[in-house]
Design a protein around this ligand. Structure first.
Ligand SMILES: O=C(O)C(=O)C[C@]1(C(=O)O)C=C[C@@H](O)C=C1
Length: 416
């Protein structure tokens, strides 16, 4: 019944942007662009032991290269410790604050990570370096106390991956049962921040997330973009055993062509979440589930095939929910909720002020406003921050036509 799939991994490879070419000698100096305060780890690491000449044989290379690596590792470790001490002092400089959430500065983190990308000359990808620096900042912040992050669970979901991508691993991650619960826990202060999916490049908007903003007081203070790779998981790991596949309808839609080609006769059973599908698949050898790779170990399932999504650029955008607005980072996006009455030219009046003030609109979506018959709510994403002059003027002009304008948040544009 099943056909043998090709190795999905190699079929989907090659979507990342190539690293910038390295400048000659760039990799040999640790932190060369920084000032080197006397006695700092940087000063101590300024002269790693240099091999006098390039090694001739591979056997000689290995020993010498490992010594170089050991010396660089010592310098990196000293520098990380030094950074953590400075971050601790920054924490003290902020005064005696109530909780970890008060120390968190997303705009500063975005600036740090953008600099990492700007400085990158390879050989590592921007994405890899950003991940490493994100973890360092996450650990530095957790010196105060780890942030509590609520997310659309259960464990092993793509939303959990988005949490770690945005906040690093030095946090307390709280899987929650629904999008509504994530909003509630953030509003109630039980979670410092929350992470929920809002749109998928293949499947479009997640309406239940947008609709929560009609009534919730939660603000948007970040966005995360995650390339979504779907995998077919089963207890035995053998495609020839599979008679049934469980998945969330969105995941089925993302893998339609693959399923048609390799499992044309298997029954497709839609469930509320991919995690629910995994739970069902682990009870029978003839069942499989579609989920992210990280779900495999969580539910004791093996990878049958993957990635199996039809579009290699399949990406989901997640929102970071909080309770307050943060200052500009220099490259921000603003999300607005605009209520208008259904009248001639209404949409034009909503769009026009942004164009007039030179702000580009990234997205507009209309939903029934729940405020009265034929009243509409527009969810609008615009480039810029609500504290910037052009945005303030556009919002003032828009206010003349709208029944209500709510700034849901101004936040740093997602970094790689
Ligand atoms: O610059 C700050 O305000 C810090 O607290 C330091 C630091 C960092 O490690 O760079 C840590 C946590 C904040 O969220 C932002 C940055």
């Amino acid at each position: 019944m099943a056909r043998t799939p090709p190795d999905g991994k190699s079929a989907k490879a090659g979507t990342r942007k190539p690293a910038k070419a390295a400048k000659p000698g760039a990799a040999a100096v640790v932190g060369a662009e920084l000032a080197k305060p006397a006695g700092s780890a940087l000063a101590r690491s300024a002269k790693p032991e240099q091999p006098s000449a390039p090694a001739k044989s591979p056997a000689l290379d290995l020993g010498v290269l490992r010594e170089r690596i050991d010396s660089v590792d010592r310098a990196i470790q000293d520098l990380i410790a030094e950074r953590a001490r400075y971050a601790g002092q920054v924490g003290k400089a902020k005064g005696k604050l109530a909780a970890a959430v008060d120390y968190y500065r997303p705009e500063r983190e975005a600036q740090v990570l953008r600099r990492v990308v700007d400085r990158n000359e390879g050989p590592l990808q921007d994405e890899v370096l950003v991940r490493l620096f994100r973890e360092i900042m996450s650990a530095c912040l957790a010196q105060q106390e780890p942030l509590k992050i609520g997310y659309l669970g259960p464990e092993g979901t793509h939303t959990q991956q988005a949490v770690y991508k945005h906040f690093g691993h030095s946090i307390h991650a709280m899987p929650l049962g629904s999008i509504e619960e994530v909003f509630q826990e953030v509003e109630a202060g039980n979670a410092d921040f929350g992470v929920v999916p809002v749109e998928n490049s293949t499947q479009g908007t997640i309406q239940s997330t947008l609709d929560m903003f009609l009534t919730s007081k939660a603000r948007i203070c970040g966005e995360v973009e995650l390339r979504i790779h779907q995998h077919l998981l089963s207890r035995s790991g053998r495609i020839e055993d599979i008679e049934r596949v469980y998945a969330h309808p969105q995941s089925f839609a993302q893998c339609k062509a693959w399923l048609r080609q390799y499992l044309p006769k298997a029954e497709k059973i839609a469930v509320g979440s991919n995690a629910e599908g995994c739970k069902r698949a682990r009870t029978a050898d003839d069942a499989a589930a579609i989920a992210g790779a990280s779900a495999g170990p969580v539910y004791g399932l093996q990878r049958v095939a993957g990635p199996i999504e039809d579009r290699p650029d399949n990406t989901t955008r997640f929102l970071v929910l909080g309770r307050e607005l943060f200052p500009p980072s220099g490259n921000d996006r603003t999300s607005l909720l605009v209520f208008i009455n259904d009248q001639p030219g209404a949409l034009h009046h909503v769009l026009e002020p942004f164009a007039r003030h030179g702000l580009s609109m990234n997205r507009i979506e209309s939903r029934p406003g729940h405020t009265g018959l034929w009243q509409y709510a527009f969810f609008i994403d615009v480039s810029g921050h609500s504290e910037e002059a052009a945005m303030r003027e556009a919002l003032r002009d828009l206010g003349a036509y709208a029944t209500q304008v709510k700034v849901l948040g101004s936040y740093p544009v997602a970094i790689v």
